[in-house]
Design a protein around this ligand. Structure first.
Ligand code: ATR
Length: 259
């Protein structure tokens, strides 16, 4: 819907289709991109790591995150990028300017989405990033990989970590439609804290609703989805598209229609 909106807006003859590619067929699919059948594409679960291995060149974000979500051809070179960290930062830039002056971030979750958020936060200069995860070992592995300034914590340490947190990010699937809620008492967050969720169905997750009830600034996950699409469209079609209110309204109406 996002890319088709931009294609129409820019009068570009093209389309963006969802194609179901099983992991065992991924190599053959990559060969079709190399052969020029597509201008490029996005890759999602469970093929992001295979895409990382399949490309001839990675951008810096893909290297740091270890996964590729965007493919394009540069001559006969297959390039792989990761636009999730960009999308996360660009959404916060648009919704809550000044967020990047924060120093301390608390990140809930240690999966693939967490990796993109950690890269974005490190790139913005957050010097103290605390990962809280149900499975401590996954948080430890991520903290060790991302290095200085990133630490791993158990779920029950949230209370002690919130009082000096500038930015709280949920990267888990908790709060998503059909999933259990993220149960976290936000009472300890300072009044200047920003709370953001990468979940966008529903747009206002229980975590964001609790933050809003406390009067905190909140940013929903839809902005990240919209902004992460920008670099891909630019690579494929040569035009840098805009994330506008009209586009957002269109996607919001679609999300509401599916619930
Ligand atoms: P993604 O690539 O979308 O980030 P993932 O790698 O499956 O998905 O990661 C999901 C994250 O949500 C993990 O941090 C997971 O915690 P665990 O590492 O302990 O599995 C977290 N998560 C999912 N369901 C959860 C639940 N019911 N309670 C707590 N954390 C949960």
């Amino acid at each position: 819907m996002i890319h088709r909106f931009w294609l129409r807006e820019h009068g570009i003859e093209g389309t963006y289709e969802a194609i179901d590619v099983a992991p065992e067929d991924f190599g053959a699919f990559i060969a079709r991109i190399r052969a020029g059948e597509f201008a490029g594409g996005n890759v999602t679960i469970p093929n992001k790591e295979a895409a990382f291995r399949a490309v001839d060149w990675h951008d810096e974000a893909a290297r740091a995150i270890g996964a590729v979500n965007t493919l394009w051809m540069d001559g006969d070179r297959l390039c792989g990028g990761n636009t999730d960290a960009y999308g996360f930062a660009a959404s916060l830039d648009a919704e809550t300017p000044g967020w990047e002056t924060g120093r301390i971030a608390t990140v809930l979750g240690a999966g693939g989405a967490s990796r993109a958020v950690l890269h974005a936060l490190q790139s913005q200069g957050f010097s103290d990033i605390r990962i809280i995860n149900r499975t401590m070992e996954r948080a430890r592995v991520l903290a060790a990989e991302f290095g200085a300034g990133v630490s791993a914590h158990a779920l029950d340490s949230a209370e002690t970590l919130l009082p000096d947190t500038d930015l709280l990010v949920n990267t888990t699937s908790l709060g998503m439609h059909g999933q259990p809620e993220q149960r976290l008492d936000l009472a300890g967050l300072p009044s200047h804290a920003v709370v953001t969720d990468i979940v966008y169905i529903p747009l206002e997750t229980p975590l964001l609703a609790a933050a809003r009830a406390r009067g905190l600034k909140t940013v929903d996950g839809l902005g990240m989805l919209l902004h992460q699409a920008v670099p891909g469209f630019e690579h494929w079609f040569g035009v840098r598209p805009q994330v506008t209110q009209t586009l957002r309204d269109l996607v919001v109406a679609d999300i509401r229609g599916h619930r």
